[in-house]
Ligand binder design. Structure first.
Ligand SMILES: [Ca+2]
Ligand SMILES: [Ca+2]
Length: 198
Protein backbone atom coordinates (compact mmCIF):
# COMPACT_ATOMS: atom_id res chain seq x y z
CA UNK A 1 0.00 0.00 0.00
CA UNK A 2 1.29 3.42 -0.95
CA UNK A 3 0.56 6.74 0.64
CA UNK A 4 0.43 10.01 -1.25
CA UNK A 5 1.97 12.80 0.74
CA UNK A 6 2.61 15.56 -1.80
CA UNK A 7 -0.38 17.90 -1.67
CA UNK A 8 0.22 20.02 -4.75
CA UNK A 9 1.78 17.80 -7.39
CA UNK A 10 0.62 14.90 -9.49
CA UNK A 11 1.55 11.56 -8.07
CA UNK A 12 2.07 8.83 -10.67
CA UNK A 13 2.25 5.23 -9.56
CA UNK A 14 3.57 3.32 -12.59
CA UNK A 15 4.05 -0.42 -12.85
CA UNK A 16 5.62 -2.18 -15.81
CA UNK A 17 6.05 -5.61 -14.20
CA UNK A 18 9.79 -5.64 -14.88
CA UNK A 19 10.61 -7.13 -11.48
CA UNK A 20 7.27 -8.33 -10.10
CA UNK A 21 3.67 -7.29 -9.59
CA UNK A 22 4.64 -4.16 -7.69
CA UNK A 23 1.78 -3.02 -5.44
CA UNK A 24 -0.86 -4.97 -7.39
CA UNK A 25 -2.63 -7.93 -5.80
CA UNK A 26 -4.50 -10.51 -7.93
CA UNK A 27 -8.10 -11.08 -6.88
CA UNK A 28 -11.07 -12.92 -8.39
CA UNK A 29 -14.75 -13.69 -7.99
CA UNK A 30 -17.14 -16.24 -9.45
CA UNK A 31 -20.80 -16.78 -8.67
CA UNK A 32 -21.19 -19.28 -5.79
CA UNK A 33 -23.38 -21.52 -7.98
CA UNK A 34 -20.68 -21.93 -10.63
CA UNK A 35 -19.58 -25.52 -11.16
CA UNK A 36 -16.10 -26.63 -12.07
CA UNK A 37 -12.62 -25.23 -12.21
CA UNK A 38 -12.07 -21.48 -11.90
CA UNK A 39 -8.37 -20.95 -12.36
CA UNK A 40 -7.56 -17.32 -13.19
CA UNK A 41 -3.86 -16.45 -13.04
CA UNK A 42 -1.61 -13.45 -13.55
CA UNK A 43 1.92 -14.51 -14.46
CA UNK A 44 4.89 -12.47 -15.65
CA UNK A 45 6.20 -13.15 -19.13
CA UNK A 46 8.77 -11.95 -21.65
CA UNK A 47 6.64 -13.22 -24.56
CA UNK A 48 5.65 -9.60 -25.18
CA UNK A 49 5.83 -6.22 -23.50
CA UNK A 50 4.35 -2.79 -23.99
CA UNK A 51 7.06 -1.29 -21.79
CA UNK A 52 10.44 -2.79 -20.97
CA UNK A 53 10.83 -6.53 -21.44
CA UNK A 54 8.12 -7.94 -19.20
CA UNK A 55 4.33 -7.91 -19.05
CA UNK A 56 1.64 -9.99 -17.39
CA UNK A 57 -0.28 -12.89 -18.87
CA UNK A 58 -3.85 -12.95 -17.59
CA UNK A 59 -5.24 -16.43 -18.18
CA UNK A 60 -8.37 -18.38 -17.35
CA UNK A 61 -10.20 -21.40 -18.74
CA UNK A 62 -13.49 -19.55 -19.05
CA UNK A 63 -15.40 -22.44 -17.54
CA UNK A 64 -19.04 -21.48 -16.80
CA UNK A 65 -18.58 -18.46 -19.08
CA UNK A 66 -18.46 -16.59 -15.80
CA UNK A 67 -16.01 -15.13 -13.33
CA UNK A 68 -14.07 -11.92 -12.93
CA UNK A 69 -10.40 -11.53 -12.15
CA UNK A 70 -8.46 -8.38 -11.58
CA UNK A 71 -5.41 -6.65 -10.14
CA UNK A 72 -6.19 -4.44 -7.17
CA UNK A 73 -4.20 -1.65 -5.54
CA UNK A 74 -5.31 0.51 -2.60
CA UNK A 75 -3.91 4.01 -2.25
CA UNK A 76 -4.06 5.99 0.99
CA UNK A 77 -4.86 9.67 0.44
CA UNK A 78 -5.27 12.70 2.66
CA UNK A 79 -8.64 14.42 2.90
CA UNK A 80 -9.45 16.44 -0.21
CA UNK A 81 -10.83 16.22 -3.71
CA UNK A 82 -8.71 14.18 -6.09
CA UNK A 83 -8.67 13.57 -9.82
CA UNK A 84 -7.58 9.97 -10.26
CA UNK A 85 -6.80 8.39 -13.61
CA UNK A 86 -6.20 4.65 -13.81
CA UNK A 87 -4.65 3.63 -17.11
CA UNK A 88 -3.21 0.44 -18.56
CA UNK A 89 -2.37 -1.40 -21.75
CA UNK A 90 -4.22 -4.60 -22.67
CA UNK A 91 -2.96 -7.06 -25.26
CA UNK A 92 -5.26 -9.38 -27.20
CA UNK A 93 -3.92 -12.18 -29.41
CA UNK A 94 -6.41 -11.62 -32.25
CA UNK A 95 -9.10 -9.31 -33.55
CA UNK A 96 -12.61 -10.70 -33.31
CA UNK A 97 -16.12 -9.30 -33.45
CA UNK A 98 -17.72 -11.99 -31.29
CA UNK A 99 -17.28 -13.98 -28.07
CA UNK A 100 -15.03 -11.43 -26.41
CA UNK A 101 -14.48 -10.91 -22.73
CA UNK A 102 -15.06 -7.60 -20.97
CA UNK A 103 -12.25 -5.27 -19.93
CA UNK A 104 -13.20 -4.02 -16.46
CA UNK A 105 -11.83 -1.56 -13.94
CA UNK A 106 -12.69 0.43 -10.84
CA UNK A 107 -11.56 3.57 -9.04
CA UNK A 108 -13.38 4.44 -5.84
CA UNK A 109 -13.76 4.11 -2.11
CA UNK A 110 -15.41 0.69 -2.43
CA UNK A 111 -13.09 -2.27 -2.08
CA UNK A 112 -13.85 -4.41 -5.18
CA UNK A 113 -14.85 -7.89 -4.11
CA UNK A 114 -17.44 -9.09 -6.67
CA UNK A 115 -18.14 -8.70 -10.39
CA UNK A 116 -20.58 -5.83 -9.83
CA UNK A 117 -17.89 -3.74 -8.15
CA UNK A 118 -16.06 -3.25 -11.46
CA UNK A 119 -17.35 -1.44 -14.54
CA UNK A 120 -16.87 -2.37 -18.20
CA UNK A 121 -14.46 -0.18 -20.18
CA UNK A 122 -14.70 -2.19 -23.38
CA UNK A 123 -14.13 -5.61 -24.87
CA UNK A 124 -11.06 -7.70 -25.53
CA UNK A 125 -10.03 -8.60 -29.08
CA UNK A 126 -10.70 -5.13 -30.47
CA UNK A 127 -7.35 -5.62 -32.19
CA UNK A 128 -4.56 -8.19 -32.04
CA UNK A 129 -2.18 -5.88 -30.25
CA UNK A 130 -1.87 -3.52 -27.28
CA UNK A 131 -4.73 -1.10 -26.63
CA UNK A 132 -4.74 1.74 -24.08
CA UNK A 133 -7.60 2.00 -21.56
CA UNK A 134 -8.27 4.48 -18.82
CA UNK A 135 -10.82 5.24 -16.14
CA UNK A 136 -11.09 8.79 -14.73
CA UNK A 137 -12.72 9.62 -11.43
CA UNK A 138 -12.95 12.66 -9.16
CA UNK A 139 -13.25 11.56 -5.56
CA UNK A 140 -13.78 13.65 -2.43
CA UNK A 141 -12.53 12.34 0.87
CA UNK A 142 -13.91 14.12 3.94
CA UNK A 143 -11.11 12.61 5.98
CA UNK A 144 -7.95 10.62 5.15
CA UNK A 145 -8.99 7.43 3.44
CA UNK A 146 -8.29 4.68 0.95
CA UNK A 147 -9.08 4.76 -2.74
CA UNK A 148 -9.16 1.34 -4.40
CA UNK A 149 -8.08 0.87 -7.98
CA UNK A 150 -8.64 -2.30 -9.99
CA UNK A 151 -8.24 -3.51 -13.59
CA UNK A 152 -8.97 -6.87 -15.10
CA UNK A 153 -11.26 -9.09 -17.13
CA UNK A 154 -14.82 -10.32 -16.89
CA UNK A 155 -15.27 -13.76 -18.46
CA UNK A 156 -18.35 -13.91 -20.67
CA UNK A 157 -17.43 -16.69 -23.11
CA UNK A 158 -16.52 -20.30 -22.34
CA UNK A 159 -13.03 -20.65 -23.79
CA UNK A 160 -9.48 -20.74 -22.46
CA UNK A 161 -7.95 -17.34 -23.01
CA UNK A 162 -4.71 -15.51 -22.36
CA UNK A 163 -4.54 -11.72 -22.51
CA UNK A 164 -1.75 -9.35 -21.56
CA UNK A 165 -1.49 -6.38 -19.21
CA UNK A 166 1.36 -3.88 -19.00
CA UNK A 167 2.21 -0.27 -18.21
CA UNK A 168 -0.35 0.41 -15.52
CA UNK A 169 -0.45 3.90 -14.05
CA UNK A 170 -2.42 5.58 -11.29
CA UNK A 171 -2.19 9.35 -11.69
CA UNK A 172 -3.44 11.36 -8.72
CA UNK A 173 -3.88 15.13 -8.89
CA UNK A 174 -5.46 17.36 -6.26
CA UNK A 175 -8.55 18.91 -7.82
CA UNK A 176 -8.77 22.70 -7.52
CA UNK A 177 -12.02 23.66 -5.80
CA UNK A 178 -13.02 25.87 -8.71
CA UNK A 179 -12.56 23.04 -11.17
CA UNK A 180 -14.59 20.75 -8.96
CA UNK A 181 -17.44 23.26 -8.77
CA UNK A 182 -17.32 23.72 -12.53
CA UNK A 183 -17.43 19.98 -13.13
CA UNK A 184 -20.39 19.67 -10.78
CA UNK A 185 -22.22 22.45 -12.60
CA UNK A 186 -21.70 20.74 -15.96
CA UNK A 187 -22.10 17.17 -14.74
CA UNK A 188 -25.54 16.85 -16.30
CA UNK A 189 -24.24 18.04 -19.66
CA UNK A 190 -21.06 16.03 -19.76
CA UNK A 191 -22.34 12.82 -18.20
CA UNK A 192 -20.45 10.58 -15.83
CA UNK A 193 -17.32 10.70 -18.00
CA UNK A 194 -15.72 7.36 -17.26
CA UNK A 195 -13.95 6.75 -20.54
CA UNK A 196 -12.43 9.98 -21.77
CA UNK A 197 -9.20 9.53 -23.64
CA UNK A 198 -6.37 11.99 -23.49
CA1 LIG B 1 6.59 -3.99 -18.93
CA1 LIG C 1 -10.75 -6.37 -3.08
Amino acid sequence: MLTATQANAALVLFEGFETGLGAWTPQSYIHPDAIGLFDPTFTRTTERAESGNWSLNASANGFNADGTFWLEQPVNLPAGTWNIVLSFQLWSPTQSEINNWEVVASVGTINPEVEEDLIELGETNRDGTWIYYELDRTITLDQPGTVYTALGLNIVYNDTRTYGFDSTAITIVPAPAATTALLAAFAGVLGAGGRRRR
